[in-house]
Write a protein that binds this ligand. Structure first.
Ligand SMILES: [Zn+2]
Length: 211
């Protein structure tokens, strides 16, 4: 019974942040569709960017806050804010491709900008992971998964409007809304499984080297 209570106490904060993630997806999109926002492109862009950032921040909090993650609140907050900023900065490629800081030019590109190619995500994340392993940069071991959360949560939100851009194959149809929300909720739990698996591998490798 005591174990059940302990498990429930450990799961409760994650359940609360997951609920906040769900509300942020639905609330941010509802605000983005309101007449007060739709009429003004600058407001629309600001609400869209803020929602991208908040979704990434909460998704990383769910993915990273296991056991010691909750105890090391400072590190968790720094990582979550970094994930939020990365998710927001992805849209800068619209301006880079337009060659202008004009919002109108950035939003009327004839093709999608490079950071919106979903096929780039696994390649970049794997490359980062290999570089960090080869250089033994232990302090950066969370970076590939942090980039994966920021980038995938952003692409999944964008996919409700234009689908996924699977360069060089083309684009998928737009993602149904219910599937977008479900995917945003599942991403941090998928990352949590990967983190737990990687940590178990490191611990067993450490044990083997001690023996
Ligand atoms: Zn975007």
């Amino acid at each position: 019974m005591r174990r059940v209570v302990e498990l429930a106490a450990a799961a409760a904060p994650r359940a609360c942040v997951t609920a906040a993630l769900l509300l942020t997806c639905i609330g941010g999109d509802a605000l983005g569709r309101s007449p007060w926002v739709v009429e003004r492109p600058a407001r629309r862009a600001a609400v869209d960017s803020a929602t991208h950032g908040a979704v990434a921040l909460l998704a990383w909090t769910v993915a990273a806050a296991s056991g010691d993650g909750w105890r090391n609140a400072g590190r968790l907050a720094a990582q979550a804010v970094s994930c939020c900023l990365l998710a927001v900065l992805i849209d800068l490629d619209h301006f880079w491709m337009a060659g202008s800081l004009s919002l109108k030019s950035a939003l009327s590109l004839p093709t999608r900008p490079p950071l919106h190619a979903t096929t780039a995500i696994p390649a970049v994340v794997l490359l980062l992971h290999l570089c960090i392993r080869l250089t033994n940069a232990a302090s950066l071991h969370s970076l590939p998964l942090l980039v994966a959360v920021a980038w995938t949560t952003h692409h999944v939100r964008d996919a409700t409007r234009r689908g996924f851009w699977l360069w060089p194959l083309g684009s998928t149809p737009p993602l149904p809304y219910w599937l977008y929300v479900a995917t945003e909720i599942c991403i941090p739990y998928g990352i949590l499984v990967v983190r737990t698996t990687l940590r178990c591998e490191v611990e067993s490798a450490n044990r083997a080297s001690i023996v």
